[in-house]
Write a protein that binds this ligand. Sequence first.
Ligand SMILES: [Zn+2]
Ligand SMILES: [Zn+2]
Length: 334
Amino acid sequence: MSSAASYRSMTLRRIGEPLILEQRPVPEPAAGEVLIRVRACGICRTDLHVIDGELPSQPLPIVPGHEIVGEVVARGPDARWAVGTRVGVPWLGYACGDCEDCRAGRENLCERARFTGYQIDGGFAQYVLADARFCFRLPEGIDDRHAAPLLCAGLIGYRTLKMAGDAHRLGIYGFGAAAHIVAQVARAQGRELYAFTRRGDLAAQRFALELGATWAGDSERPPPVPLDAALIFAPVGALVPLALRAVRKAGVVVCGGIHMSDIPAFPYALLWGERVLRSVANLTRRDAEEFLDLAPRIPVRTRVETWPLHEANDALRRLREGPLTGAAVLTMED
Ligand SMILES: [Zn+2]
Ligand SMILES: [Zn+2]
């Protein structure tokens, strides 16, 4: 590839404004990096939080996108992955490996961690550079666009599900991209699934039933039986007391999103009985390895809706209007 080659990106230059189509020179990978030709990139609700400035210490300009599927086309010195390998790049783009959290196996909490599409340019582009240690080989038998949602909705959804322990009766609040993947894993593990959606979202409720949910209904409604755990994927704090009310004693409520509206005050009685409320932050490389090994064995089949790269703003608008039944994915033109 000549150094004069250029590529297109959809770049966030100002908080709250539409992404701008830019032409950029194709970079050379530095030591430890790979240059990836992007084939598909999923759109996650976190991209909306980045664009809206809802996350702290936002460097600009930035290219969003952290569900990247592409092919390694060049590698810097000491970088793993041969040219031609299909890899995925997730949200965790770097962790120091040296701090107390990293050494305790919690690189997801590393103070020096850097995140793809937020602090490192991401995959709303035809090319991306990535630290090769934080890229993953993707399972065969799943095409690029269907693999993309595995990289955040799948990985962080999987970490969220792990926090529910061995809960048999599992509630899921917010039936979008993460939920539709987690539902398939949970069913394959023999769990019973209860799906909660926005009031009257019959399409999402039908989708949940198709994926094997025992029950699907509005989030304000109590489930027909007490749950052992509930996962919240919608960024709505008001769901927390509702979920606590839905779980049995010692039940766990796990908040799977990076940002949530404020949680309203609730009586201590909802937490009493050794109920547990916790969040999930980011992912570790171990989560990625486990999940990418598990997904093809289930097999997880994602439902996607695609847009070409230059229509990223339309895709973001669509996601903002409400959850899709499935996941939004950008595909790259040549
Ligand atoms: Zn660290
Ligand atoms: Zn994400």
